[in-house]
Design a protein around this ligand. Structure first.
Ligand code: ADP
Ligand code: ZN
Length: 600
């Protein structure tokens, strides 16, 4: 048997294991089952790939999506590993070739869909193959309670009878207790074989902005992420198309993706993104599962998602390579109203649960404390101290006596008699002569124009804080108009003081956030990095694989920093295993040499 660390270095070119990978690998190599719960990007694949390569025999990998199977196989092959796919989209002669490889004992990893596994006499053949390990990827698909339930997955329990005594590793990024119970029960895994890593993703920067001026804000955000791949999640299909068109008009390489497109169109769009041809994907939540792209540098949520699970999974698609990545959520009451409307259509049995989940999502968006703490507490984890890497931590809340501000605002709410929205109240206080204020006659109110000392954005912010603290309420079912609450009157009567958190402008927030694009001096020359990316793209096209299958961004960064001059130095670069050193080394070394000689 080869030692796991040796496989890690030789095949993958990595120096050390991520937390928990080593424990899982050793456990599996002892012939035991395991359930591995790790966030997206945590490094689940190595938990079964390394044991597969340490030992004799075939590892069967059950995986739900063809795209995922294809990309993982390509990545393994590029590292010189004998891996192949069996699925229903293949031609018979392709399948035959793979089967012949298995019978000859040449294959190490076989990726297969559950449908294929139990069709055409496959299960009879299984016991004849020397299967040493079973891996069930995206194991949450087995659970009826999961958002990705796949009935075919429930057949997998049969594998335990067909292949008795063969250890099984199930892997997922969903940590929901009901789903976890389902996986353990259906696959007959013992409770003490569960490995759960932290769900924290410290490389993701978290931030939230009010929903006003979204497009302008997005443009500024994009200026900070030049040429970097990212995803904008939108609520509606029309929204994705609209946004993609607007971005294209500005010269960005953007495209729209949603479930309303045909399968072929979807594949094409997804492929272009994987191959770095499209940089911005405007998508509904239909996009993402099975996207292994490691160099997604940012994720923006144009609208409020319906719960933190979905949100975390979506932002988790950024920074799988561990490099710093940015996330941004736009938040407005209109989005909340929209989500509440969806709840009306939900199954009555589940409505209360869904409403509670939406509430936790709102808490994240409205938070005046470290956002990562809120996020992790949702997954049952506690953070010892504030993260220092979210917009709240970067702009620590500074409170002041906001009683007068509160009185002015609540008086606007009071005098508009439950008919004005937050925006209306802000406009009234500012003394705006907009049509929407004049028409209802609000310019005659005593409160009109008494708040000119503060900007519109400040009123929006303070109004939101007062609503969040319960001094006024949003009637989502009545055009989001603001209503009085039992807490309103004591403030208006001067019986109660109110503390508010000082408003921080977008510009100030931006100044406080880390600059994502700047490469540190130790990272080497950004021009060389760009040059190496071009070389990678060309190679990827030649081999018809996504760029990250050749080398990850992290590898190219390390190459830029180390500037290797020969094959020994090249071998020291992060993510360069023996096979890639041999197949791509000369090409990249030549590119580096040419670049150096060109006098830069
Ligand atoms: P997951 O399936 O959990 O989302 P992956 O298995 O795709 O995550 O791994 C995410 C990325 O991290 C991949 O690019 C992978 O090659 C890389 N990776 C995994 N383990 C290590 C490690 N020990 N050292 C360096 N990179 C790693
Ligand atoms: Zn924080």
């Amino acid at each position: 048997m080869t030692a796991p660390l040796e496989v890690l270095k030789k095949v993958y070119g990595y120096e050390r294991f991520h937390p928990l990978q080593e424990q899982v690998i050793n456990h599996v190599l002892e012939g035991k089952d395991a359930l591995v719960l790790m966030p997206t990007g945590g490094g689940k694949s190595l938990c079964f790939q390394v044991p597969a390569l340490c030992r004799e025999g075939l590892t069967l990998v059950v995986s739900p999506l063809v795209a995922l199977q294809r990309d993982q196989t390509a990545a393994l092959q590029s590292n010189g590993v004998a891996a192949a796919v069996l699925n229903s989209t293949q031609k018979p002669e392709e399948s035959e070739a793979v089967l012949a490889q298995i019978v000859a004992g040449k294959l190490k990893l076989l990726y297969v869909s559950p449908e294929k596994l139990f069709s055409g006499g496959m299960s009879a053949r299984l016991s004849a193959w020397k299967v040493g390990l079973i891996a069930v990827d995206e194991a949450h698909c087995i659970s009826f309670w999961g958002h990705d339930f796949r009935p075919e997955y429930t057949q997998l329990s049969r594998l335990r009878q067909i292949l008795p005594g063969v250890p099984l590793v199930a892997l997922t990024a969903t940590a929901d207790p009901a789903i976890r119970r389902d996986i353990l029960a259906q696959l007959s895994i013992e409770e003490d074989s569960v490995f759960q890593s932290s769900f924290d993703r410290p490389n993701l920067h978290l931030s939230v902005l009010p929903g006003q001026k979204r497009f302008e804000r997005l443009q500024e955000f994009l200026k900070d992420h030049p040429k970097q791949a990212g995803i904008v999640y939108c609520l509606s299909r029309a929204g994705t198309e609209d946004l993609a068109e607007k971005l294209c008009n500005l010269g960005y390489k953007a495209d729209a993706y949603h479930a309303g497109l045909g399968t072929e169109a979807r594949h094409k769009i997804q492929d272009a993104f994987l191959k770095d041809e499209t940089t911005i994907m405007c998508a509904t939540v239909a996009f993402g599962m099975g996207i292994d792209k490691s160099n997604v540098r940012w994720v923006v949520h144009w609208n409020l998602p319906k719960n933190l699970e979905g949100f975390y999974q979506e932002i988790g698609r950024a920074g799988r390579d561990g490099l710093p990545s940015d996330t941004l959520l736009f938040y407005s009451y209109a989005d909340v109203a929209q989500q509440l409307k969806f709840l009306d259509d939900a199954n009555p049995d589940r409505r209360e649960l869904l409403a509670a989940k939406l509430d936790r999502m709102k808490q994240y968006a409205e938070s005046l404390m470290c956002r990562r703490r809120i996020l992790l507490s949702y997954f049952g984890e506690t953070l010892e101290k504030d993260c220092g890497h979210c917009d709240v931590c970067e702009n620590p809340p500074e409170t002041f006596d906001g009683t007068l501000v509160a009185q002015k605002f609540l008086s606007a709410v009071y005098r508009t008699q439950g008919r004005a929205t937050l925006r209306h109240c802000a406009l009234i206080l500012r003394g705006s002569h907009a049509q929407e204020i004049i028409e209802p006659g609000w310019h005659d109110l005593k409160t009109f124009g008494v708040g000119q000392d503060l900007k519109f954005e400040e009123w929006m912010e303070y109004g939101a804080q007062l609503i969040n603290a319960g001094y006024a309420a949003v009637a989502y079912d009545r055009g989001m108009s603001l209503q009085l609450t039992p807490l309103t009157s004591p403030v208006l009567k001067g019986e109660k003081t109110v503390a508010l958190v000082k408003y921080v402008s977008f510009e100030e927030k931006k100044a406080a956030a880390p600059k994502p694009k700047a490469m540190a001096a130790s990272d080497g020359d950004p021009e060389l990095f760009d040059h190496l990316k071009t070389v990678r793209k060309k190679l990827a096209d030649e081999h018809e694989v996504p760029a990250y299958v050749i080398f990850s961004d992290k590898t190219l960064k390390d190459m830029t920093a180390k500037v290797p001059k020969d094959s020994t130095e090249f071998r020291q670069v992060h993510g360069v295993g023996e096979v890639k050193a041999e197949s791509y080394g000369p090409i990249f070394l030549r590119a580096i040499m040419e670049w150096l000689n060109s006098g830069r």
